[in-house]
Design a protein around this ligand. Sequence first.
Ligand code: PMP
Length: 309
Amino acid sequence: MTAFQYSSQIRGSVLDAIGNTPVVQLGRLFGGHDVVAKLEFMNPGGSIKDRMVRYMLRHRPEGVTHVVESSSGNTGAALAMAAAVQGLRCDVTVPDRTSPEKIKRIEAYGATVHVCDASLPEAHADSYQSLATRIAAEQGALHLDQYRSGLNRNAHYTDTAPEMWFQLDGRIDYFVCGIGSGGTISGVGRFLKDRNPNIIVIGVEPPHSAYREAVTGEADEGEFRTALEGVGKRKVAASFDASVVDDVIRVNDDDALSYLHRLAREEGILAGGSSGCVTAGIAQLLPRITGRVVTIFPDSGANYLSRHF
Ligand code: PMP
């Protein structure tokens, strides 16, 4: 057993309780291999997005009293939580495929949620992305804009990655990561390669998502569709840095959900669909690689009990 350290430190607010998430060996699922996952659903807002939001709000211009973001849910929850602590007004625009649990969670923190038609292209005036831009322009709110902001990947470069590096004492051979906005893989990937250029960074996404083509140059005309939240995009987001990613592999929804269920039943880890997706991706890779594989589980299965379990 690992020795545990107790801390008597009282945090000034729940925002100071973000981070220090555990890293766990997936030894039951991947016996004979060295695979570890960082459990980001242990953050108080329920996901890795707590770190990004905290970082972005630390870097906000003076005088901001109102914040807005378009989000598939986790960033919205993180922002609503931080806005509650800091006394900011908060609007979150979400696509209508977002799980009811996530929408209720954002509202519970006192934020306003705008549910938008997910089938609209981003450029359409009523898409969830355009609505966030409009609220910012018309009401003077700060738009976090995670899909374009360089602060997204910087948050993972300065917070997520060094913490992970410290916890693992730099012993990482492969970093395997789901891609949504691309902030996590770009920030963590850059940090790892700065420390050790031999570390291989592999993205995981659903079929026909845009990132594989951005990294490999192989054209893919198929239509992107997935039941998972948080992974895959029709268009590459500006927050993605292809230069730190060595390869992107594809996982279909059936395999992702199968590994999601196995995580719960064999590892006792109730994670979200994107964690099932990366875990299935690791299962694909393991027969052809050696060394330690590190991944991140961005959010919890509690968000998707009625949808995926
Ligand atoms: N999984 C989930 C559940 C998410 O909400 C996100 C963020 N959209 C990701 C994975 C991907 O993280 P990133 O946006 O940093 O690529």
